[in-house]
Design a protein around this ligand. Structure first.
Ligand code: HEC
Length: 231
């Protein structure tokens, strides 16, 4: 399912060197902390985007992960910039792709200024993301309830796809939820309470998940392809 999502953001693994003299800016990174996952399965990519805020358009940002065993960084592909935007602007956006679990920091270096935010990568068990894909459906495709003579691997879907994952439905890729820790995401799912205030779907968003389902849904959400840069 997740691979059907259009990856609208291009990335490039080459860094422009040299940065501007401007170190007086009041810089920050959005979101203020990033959360992702890892499960060791090469078919699942866990990536989370972030944006340097307050940087002049023509200033280059250099990104790094302090423990480089945990994740790689890549900046926006300059070819995806809007016409007329300076090339340096592509370095204002980063995508962090995980390589193992652990906690470290994501660093933006802007001139002589270093801005760090926490990066937390959770280990998911093998198969969690696949179970999350199944739970997302109305019912697992091609399987039917064993009590109705169906197969033993039947998964009763939670029906998230009815609203999310359809064209125009609310997004919840790492572009939207990469700044939320696991507890915050689980709270939205269980109580409808959005961290930004207000209620998801007017409060009609209360799903009871057991521990295994919680891990599966988190693994699925964290492994969705980011669709946009956080502003
Ligand atoms: C009846 C429609 C509907 C269903 C079914 C549904 N959601 Fe939602 N969900 C919404 C709406 C509407 C929002 C609010 C989006 C917003 O305001 O940013 C939302 C928000 C979310 C968010 C927060 C996104 C953000 O940007 O903050 C998450 C995570 C989420 N839903 C997960 C789930 C999961 C997991 C399921 C299945 C267990 C599910 N939803 C089922 C309608 C639905």
């Amino acid at each position: 399912m997740k691979r059907a999502l259009a990856l609208a953001i291009g990335v490039v693994f080459v860094f422009a060197c040299g940065s501007s003299d401007d170190s007086s800016g009041n810089y920050s990174i959005h979101p203020a902390a990033v959360y992702s996952g890892f499960d060791g399965d090469p078919i699942n990519t866990f990536a989370v985007p972030a944006t340097a805020i307050g940087v002049p358009d023509k200033t280059t940002v250099k990104w790094s992960v302090l423990d480089s065993d945990i994740a790689d960084v890549a900046t926006q592909d300059p070819a995806t910039l809007a016409a007329g935007e300076p090339q340096q602007k592509a370095t204002h956006h980063v995508i962090v792709t995980t390589k193992k679990d652990g906690t470290t920091k994501l660093r933006a270096t802007i001139g002589t200024t270093k801005v760090d935010i926490p990066l937390t990568v959770r280990l998911f068990s093998q198969g969690a993301a696949a179970l999350g894909d199944d739970l997302y459906q109305i019912d697992k495709p091609g399987a039917s309830d064993p009590s109705q003579g169906g197969s033993a691997d039947y998964v009763h879907g939670l029906g998230c796809i009815g609203c999310h994952g359809v064209k125009g439905g609310p997004g919840h890729s790492p572009s939207e939820i990469g700044g939320y820790d696991d507890a915050t995401i689980l709270k939205i799912i269980a109580t409808a309470e959005l961290p930004t205030g207000g209620l998801a779907n007017n409060g009609n968003h209360k799903f009871q998940l057991d521990d295994k389902q919680q891990e599966a849904i988190l693994a699925r959400l964290r492994s969705l392809a980011p669709i946009d840069w956080p502003q």
